[in-house]
Design a protein around this ligand. Structure first.
Ligand code: PAF
Length: 286
């Protein structure tokens, strides 16, 4: 595996790959890699000559400075895991290389309601930071496709919209959420959960499954309220939202007939760790 910290040699490497006619798959990460990331690497490897995985803890997407401070950093282990997953290139640029003209530079994206609901409502500015950094990485890597996990469903919607607004020629591939044995969605933040809470956190997925099972026969606003109550009553849990939304616009859906693509989304604190998860409860590809 090649590993680059500096932009110049990385860009030379990418140009050489392009000159050879190689296709490039890209997996952006903030490190603390887990099986979910490695499944993105595998899916990219299967479709491209070379996979680039970036590791960069992006300060502009943290609305809470404490969250940025506590974000797990484990570079040596990440590189080892990438090597074992047959990733072609690890790219670990410095903040100065990612933001040569400071944080605010770059195109301005307008996401309308997409970034004002759910994560956007609870983490103001978060998605502008995500869009800014993913745009910058797409400029540096120039991949044929970018691979992102469904666990961050709203993030994928934002990146899709950013790609559309910027007119970029890159394919966005959303890959299924990888779960721990008990159903908890894999997340870099899971390492901060003490063992008992990591077991209890499976409740989030149970609640999503319950919504899915009952969505066709129950009233959706009631299901939402019930799910919120169930989470709030669990010791150590503090739900921020339970939403049932259209999978494209992310607008709330109050009856299953309103959309052919319905997704249930949850954000919930378990102890000191904020977790998100979602489940597609209806999809018909017309
Ligand atoms: O999902 C993440 O890890 C980050 O939001 C991303 C896409 C790497 C941008 O910093």
């Amino acid at each position: 595996m090649w590993a680059f910290q500096q932009l110049e040699p990385f860009e030379h490497f990418i140009s050489r790959q392009r000159a050879k006619g190689h296709s490039i798959g890209f997996v952006p990460t903030m490190g603390a890699l887990h099986a979910g990331h490695l499944s993105l690497i595998r899916q990219s490897n299967a479709a491209h000559d070379i996979t680039v995985c970036s590791i960069f803890v992006n300060p502009t997407q943290f609305n809470d400075p404490l969250d940025l401070l506590k974000y797990p950093r484990m570079e040596a282990q990440d590189l080892y895991l990438l090597e074992r997953a047959h990733c072609g290139v690890a790219f670990l640029p410095s903040e100065a290389e990612v933001y040569p003209q400071g944080h605010g530079a770059g195109p301005e994206f307008m996401f309308g309601t997409l970034d004002q609901i759910m994560e956007g409502a609870f983490r103001p500015g978060h998605f502008l930071g995500v869009a800014q950094v993913v745009y910058r990485f797409l400029q540096m890597v120039e991949p044929d496709a970018i691979y992102m996990g469904q666990k961050d469903f709203q993030q994928v919607a934002i990146v899709r919209e950013m790609i559309r607004q910027a007119g970029l020629q890159v394919r966005l591939v959303m890959c299924p959420t990888v779960r721990e044995e008990n159903g908890l969605a894999m997340s870099s933040r899971n390492v901060r959960l003490p063992e008992t809470q990591r077991t209890q956190a499976a409740l989030i997925y149970e609640v999503l499954q319950d919504i899915k099972e009952r969505a066709h026969s129950a009233n959706l606003p009631h299901l939402r309220e019930e799910a919120l109550r169930r989470l709030a009553e669990a010791p150590g849990f503090r739900p921020e939202y339970v939403e049932i939304v259209d999978g494209r616009s992310l607008q709330q859906v109050n009856a299953m007939e309103e959309s052919d693509f319905v997704v249930a989304c949850i954000a919930c604190w378990v102890g000191e760790v904020r977790l998100i998860d979602n489940l597609v409860i209806k999809f018909s590809d017309k």
